[in-house]
Design a protein around this ligand. Sequence first.
Ligand SMILES: C[S@@+](CC[C@H](N)C(=O)[O-])C[C@H]1O[C@@H](n2cnc3c(N)ncnc32)[C@H](O)[C@@H]1O
Length: 273
Amino acid sequence: MAEIQPITIDEMYGVGDVGTTQQALDRSYVTRRVDDLLVMIDDLEIGPGDVVLDIGGREAWHCLALVQAFGCRAVSVEPVAGNNDRARAAVAEHPLGSHVSIRPGVMEDIPAADGEFDFILSHDMFFQVVDADRALAEGFRVLKQGGHLLLYQTFATDRLEHRERAGLYADLAVVAERMDPDDFEGRALSAGFSIEVVDIVGSEWREASEEDGVHLTSRQLLYAARLLRNPGMLRAELGDIDYRVELGNALWGVYQMIGKLEPRLYVLRRPEA
Ligand SMILES: C[S@@+](CC[C@H](N)C(=O)[O-])C[C@H]1O[C@@H](n2cnc3c(N)ncnc32)[C@H](O)[C@@H]1O
């Protein structure tokens, strides 16, 4: 690593116009928001008649958003029974719920026919996939030729220190290998996909949310501080697992904001034979 040249106190206190600095830091540098995900999917021309797969669909939130936005049908494949129960309840209550089906399963063994889907969404789930090669091969199998797989995933950067990495991965059931973007790209290509888009989102969606006053990362920072300062009391109150997951989730947001973690969007395509 290059040696960092320290600044002197004369440099530190002797330069810079406070007004200019304040203006630069109060300016927004955001050009896009999390909603742009739907715009990206729209650009892939998903519409009525299409069937989409949301892999790791949790409580079917994205399935319902997709059927609402594009008039398509959607299938959630999700391994956790409680998530599938909540997904079925959400779908039963929704006016377009009949367009969504819930199938228990994992990406490594997708319960679907060859070429069943026009589009696959893998949103914030690949970091928990144990067998990436099998999962990508399955994604390739169930996608129509010419279809796209859009993957939103967080990767680690060099700024994430060894001990931070170990704690975070253990607390959020992260498979360490999945956090390496080069590893992901190599496996996606080996599975037969072409990589059409690599879009480094970084902290931008979080900056946008902070500026808009929704889903605040500053709130997560406060939660992390409370959890770290009161571990005994909060572990006893929440239980050990919830304490760890809450701390992991809070740090995940903060680390994304300061570049220790790097969210990216990938658009993969199954080429025509
Ligand atoms: C952080 S949640 C994200 C849920 C949802 N996609 C979203 O963006 O809100 C990760 C989800 O992936 C699921 N998951 C974990 N491993 C999986 C696997 N091998 N195959 C399919 N889903 C998996 C988890 O059960 C969980 O619901």
